[in-house]
Design a protein around this ligand. Sequence first.
Ligand SMILES: *[C@@H]1O[C@H](CO)[C@@H](O)[C@H](O)[C@H]1NC(C)=O
Ligand SMILES: *[C@@H]1O[C@H](CO)[C@@H](O)[C@H](O)[C@H]1NC(C)=O
Ligand SMILES: *[C@@H]1O[C@H](CO)[C@@H](O)[C@H](O)[C@H]1NC(C)=O
Ligand SMILES: *[C@@H]1O[C@H](CO)[C@@H](O)[C@H](O)[C@H]1NC(C)=O
Ligand SMILES: *[C@@H]1O[C@H](CO)[C@@H](O)[C@H](O)[C@H]1NC(C)=O
Length: 486
Amino acid sequence: MAINKLTITLFLLISFAVFHCLAFRVEVQEFEPPRQEGQEGPGGGSGEGWDEEATKNPYHFGQWSFKNFFQSKDGFVKMLPKFTKRSSTLFRGIENYRFLFQEMEPNTFLVPHHLDADYVFLVVQGKGVIGFVTDTANESFQITKGDVVRVPSSVTHFFANTNGTVPLRLAKIAVPANVPGHFQVFFPAHSGFHQSYFTGFSKDVLTASFNIPEELLGRLIRGPQQQVGQGIIRRVSPEQIKELTEHEHATSPSNKHKDKKDKHKDKDRSTFGSPFNLLAQDAIYSNKFGRYHEAHPKRFSQLQDLDIAVGWVNMTQGSLFLPQYNSETTFVTFVENGCARYEMASPYTFQAEQQQPWFGPGQEEEVEEEMSGQVHKIVSRVCKGEVFILPAGHPFAILSQDENFVAVGFGIHASNSTRTFLAGQDNMLSNINTVATRLSFGLGSKLAEKLFTSQNYSHFAPTTPSHQFPEKPKPSFQSIFNLAGF
Ligand SMILES: *[C@@H]1O[C@H](CO)[C@@H](O)[C@H](O)[C@H]1NC(C)=O
Ligand SMILES: *[C@@H]1O[C@H](CO)[C@@H](O)[C@H](O)[C@H]1NC(C)=O
Ligand SMILES: *[C@@H]1O[C@H](CO)[C@@H](O)[C@H](O)[C@H]1NC(C)=O
Ligand SMILES: *[C@@H]1O[C@H](CO)[C@@H](O)[C@H](O)[C@H]1NC(C)=O
Ligand SMILES: *[C@@H]1O[C@H](CO)[C@@H](O)[C@H](O)[C@H]1NC(C)=O
């Protein structure tokens, strides 16, 4: 008898365990567990990203650097690790910022949620809707390529890709509110792997708060049966898409903010910082080789307190975004199309010399200003889906390669930042006075003029094919930097 009971108990226990494992497995299928840093990401084929350049360049994040926060056949949300995990010294200034990328397939919905972080996103491709909900208001906005939207911390919102053919792609920068460099996502409704935040309350509190019988609580906490196992991004019917689109705010943000006056008008109408379209703004630099659009926090109130600028560069094949640097802004830059070689000068010593791939916990050592006088030449080929960092004060240049190169960037600490070009018609060096030029470069004014004013394009310039994939940079190009003491 006793043995029988034990057997039955064991059997029950085992079935229970097996059942739970299965149930659990169903739920986690869509969820990629956090990857160890340096482990290969989903996008990368074997060995991709482990090219020498990437391991030597701490400023370059290949596709393998991303961790999937969520992934299913209907879309994904992925995030770069905290920058200080890559290098605790080089990235301390942007420690509290996180870069994310979100992609939703056509006709999909991302369930309502909030973050304990403010964030700004830019639509890099596609069309959709974002809906905001508070206890006193609800507002939806159509979003389209080039739109910039500020999502305040802890405001519940949802997304829909309302287009039947084109994926909706969003680049995001988050500024956590509670824990520097970390944030969490909160879901009111249970979905797949993610529990409802109501799970955090007792039955007593929930039945009393909602004034409902206990039987209904299951719905609140577990969601409808058929949705167990469904992810946070899910497919929706054309009718539901229609409904989501119809309930949107009367004016589409994409058409707003052609000028400043509009912006103020809209701000009064909207509870949330009105979205605006970056590409509808005049390009701040533009010629036949490239265009650069930028939304500055001084001009767009919704970017002001976060002190973030948003930039968009589109260069024709084989063009050069001339050498330049930002005074205070560090740009976190995402490549949306094509490939480019970017070159950057850094006097900072970093641990690349130790042949350490860039992973493992950040060391908490102090930055030492070793003035070795050496400039490290940081060069990487960056392609679609990758991220590179352009730190304040570091001269850099971008050379577009096989096709149109398109990249978007979030500039951190942007309000008081200025951009200084080092070549082209508007370049800082040509403004150094004659005596100073002679004293520092050892050049007479004739030679200095030739050196600093021969490039008669501004901002974007053409290259000849020989500039395209040189083993070494052109000697003249490098000598300018050597001479200039960079
Ligand atoms: C959202 O707000 C509009 C008015 O702005 C209102 O008509 C509508 O019923 C609200 N929707 C919900 C679900 O509360
Ligand atoms: C989807 O977007 C494409 C490109 O913008 C457009 O041509 C098409 O009409 C859109 N389809 C729908 C259903 O919105
Ligand atoms: C970049 O510019 C080219 C030519 O002006 C245009 O055809 C292309 O669509 C642009 N790319 C993006 C992503 O905006
Ligand atoms: C920008 O500069 C002004 C004046 O120098 C200063 O008051 C302000 O705090 C600065 N803004 C930021 C975000 O650093
Ligand atoms: C630019 O410089 C070239 C020679 O380097 C010259 O032939 C051309 O006329 C110049 N163009 C302008 C607009 O100054």
